[in-house]
Design a binder for this molecule. Structure first.
Ligand code: ADP
Length: 352
């Protein structure tokens, strides 16, 4: 993913790589006619090739935001640029350069995948002489070739979602928006659909996904924005968000937890230069270590302990999860000044 992103970067005259924004929103507000302020100052900058996740509880404003990004709603205040086009003044160019999979399916269940894709090709203006090839390619991408001529009404929910995904890709859009694409799917179907989203992203497509599923966000996204009450409260990589709420905790059980062994173990841990140790505590059985990066330095830890002749009989490591992120960060005050919190987890959050 990173390699492709690098390949997609262009160079300026000085030969320096320039990163392009695929999606840029500046202080977007959306107020519905009944006065509901669904989006209250969203700013984001998603780079070409990124897989960006928009995470938030029901009613947070995810669908309103995504509809605004794809030109179905206009911001009451603020501006949006997609692939460099302004959604207000260049809505048509925006629409031609994106794929949008809404929560409600756009496929016709009485038709076959081939027929659905043919209609989508017409709608998106794919040149006639390219349609057959494009349809074949997409049937392969979403694994529906074997059922290409069966009516979609006989399909499982997962197969229908895959067909839906294919229909928004017929014009090879560089940016794809997916609004809660796996809601209602069973875990196995969800895993398969994830696989296709990853494939699309691996081919260089920027993906903007809204989800209520933490696991989905963790699995797929390079970077996340947490939305609450119409505001982005935090942005960052899943790992940065997790380390913002806590550290890894390592529990070591030693074969011979005598004072001498535990002392050698403590010294071994202290010798690990790469370990960002917060605390080392002696327990009855061994040690507990808290460190930001314990998981990524496990092998060095074991090497150092072995060199100090410390035998470990049990080892456990606990890291914060996105659930912890959500519970901790979303539970914080909902002050509108988010700049400090954003800065701690993301250098790429859009300056306000
Ligand atoms: P999410 O996708 O995160 O569940 P939505 O964008 O659907 O959130 O909704 C955000 C807020 O806007 C909610 O309070 C919702 O009730 C309200 N809302 C959504 N659509 C409309 C509408 N058409 N008219 C008025 N309020 C709406």
């Amino acid at each position: 993913m990173v390699l492709q992103q690098a390949q997609r970067q262009s160079e300026n005259e000085a030969g320096t790589a320039v990163r392009h924004s695929a999606i840029r929103a500046d202080d977007v507000h959306v107020t519905y006619d009944d006065g509901t302020e669904a989006v209250r100052g969203v700013s984001l900058d998603v780079e070409e090739g990124e897989f960006f996740g928009f995470l938030g509880p029901n009613g947070a404003g995810k669908t309103t935001t995504i509809k605004t990004l794809v030109t179905l709603l206009h911001p009451t205040q603020g501006s949006v640029r997609i692939n460099g086009y302004d959604t207000k003044t260049d809505a048509r160019a925006v629409r031609e350069s994106i794929g949008y999979m809404a929560q409600e399916t756009s496929i016709d269940f009485e038709l076959t995948p081939c027929e659905n894709l043919r209609i989508a090709c017409r709608m998106y203006g794919v040149p006639k002489d390219q349609r057959d090839e494009r349809i074949e390619e997409l049937l392969d991408l979403v694994d529906l070739r074997d059922v290409a001529d069966k009516r979609a009404e006989t399909f499982s929910g997962g197969m229908q979602k895959r067909l839906d995904t294919a229909t928004v890709l017929v014009h090879r859009p560089p940016v794809v928006f997916l609004d809660e694409p796996t809601t209602g799917l069973d875990p196995e179907a969800r895993l398969r659909v994830w696989n296709y989203f990853e494939k699309i992203n691996d081919q260089g497509t920027t993906v903007f996904l809204t989800t209520q599923y933490l696991e989905e966000a963790n699995e797929l996204c390079d970077r996340l924005g947490l939305l609450q009450d119409g505001r982005i409260t935090h942005t960052g990589t899943p790992d940065a968000l997790k380390s913002a709420v806590g550290t890894d905790t390592v529990t070591l059980t030693l074969k011979n937890p005598s004072d001498g062994t535990r002392r050698r173990a403590v010294n071994a841990v202290r010798r690990l230069k790469d370990l960002d140790t917060a605390t080392i505590e002696r327990t009855a059985d061994g040690l507990t270590i808290e460190a930001d990066n314990a998981r990524s330095t496990t092998s060095e830890l074991f090497t150092e302990l072995a060199a100090a002749d410390v035998e470990v009989t049990d080892f456990d490591i606990q890291s914060p999860t996105l659930d912890d992120v959500f519970l901790t960060l979303a539970g914080e005050d909902d002050s509108s000044d988010t700049s400090t919190k954003d800065d701690t987890v993301s250098a790429r959050a859009v300056a306000r």
